[in-house]
Structure formats: C-alpha cells, structure tokens
Design a protein around this ligand. Structure first.
Ligand code: FES
Length: 168
C-alpha cells in the first residue's frame, strides 16, 4: 500500500495536482506500476479532487491502461475493421488456441495476457498485434504460432542463463 501511495503521489506531484492532467497521471502510474489497482484509483481521485467513478470511467476507457495485473508478456491484438477484413478473425482464433485462453484473460502461469486494442496506426500491414512494445504485422495463424514460440524460447534461454549464473 505504501508503495502504491508513493508512486501515485510522485506522479500527481509532477503534474502539480492538476485535475486536467487526469489522463496523463493514469497513464504514467499505469506504466510505473504495471496496472492500476483500486488503491491507485482511489488515491488519484483523492489527490486530483475527482470523483472515483470519473477516474475509474476514464481509466477503463483506455485500452493501454490495465485494471488488473498482467502477464509477463502482453499481447494487444488490433480488433478494428481494416485489420479484421484482411484475416483478423483467423489470427484471433489462432491466438486463443495457442495460448489456451480467451481474449481479456491471463494464462495461469502468468506468462501471457491476451488483450485487444483499437487501431495502432499500422493498418498497412494488418492484421497487427503488439507483443509488449513490439509491433508484429502481416499476421497469419502460422506466423502467430512462430512469434509465440520465439518468445517462449527467449524466456527459456533467459531462465537457463539465470540458473547457471546462480540468480534463480
Ligand atoms: S486497423 Fe489495425 S492497425 Fe489500424
């Protein structure tokens, strides 16, 4: 709880407690904490003198703001029409099948969260998804499986290196 308050207060102070900076504050606290808990939202509401319902409403409007803890990797798949009509439906199904979860969920091992997003400005190479901060375009079900396999391989290598180095 103390950490929540410290992170939130630091960001609110940076914007001088200005209620007009609500979106910036939400985004920045989200980036620093990984997600916004009820405690984060309550503190932001209190510090910016805004109703909690308004703060929650704004936070839930933005797809890049998370209201629950997310997995180690976060997939944000573009669900807008230009991506949808060039094969988005097949890619959507491949993602759910490959990760074994529906959209909006996180895998039980905490490795993957599968979310949707609106257009990320890469329509020319749709269907498109972001994995963490990286954009992947021209997706097909096969390509999605390869991309996820690459991330899994990288994670395994990182874990093996950490074990060898005595960090785990
Ligand atoms: S509609 Fe998907 S990136 Fe623009």
């Amino acid at each position: 709880m103390e950490e929540v308050l410290a992170i939130t207060d630091k960001v609110v102070d940076k914007y001088g407690g200005d209620p007009e900076s609500l979106v910036e504050v939400l985004r920045e606290v989200n980036d620093k904490s990984g997600y916004l808990s009820r405690e984060h939202l309550a503190r932001i509401a209190e510090r910016l003198s805004q109703p909690l319902s308004k703060v929650y409403g704004v936070a839930s409007f933005y797809s890049l703001i998370n209201l629950e803890p997310l997995g180690q990797h976060v997939i944000r798949f573009c669900q807008d029409a230009p991506c949808h009509i060039v094969g988005g439906r097949e890619v959507w199904e491949a993602l759910e099948k490959e990760l074994g979860i529906p959209f909006g969920e996180t895998t039980l091992d905490g490795q993957w969260s599968l979310l949707t997003t609106s257009c990320i400005g890469a329509c020319a190479v749709g269907p498109v998804m972001m994995v963490d901060d990286d954009i992947h375009g021209n997706l097909t079900p096969e390509k999605v499986r390869d991309i996820i396999a690459d991330y899994r391989e990288q994670d395994e290598r990182a874990t093996a290196t950490a074990v060898q180095g005595g960090q785990v």
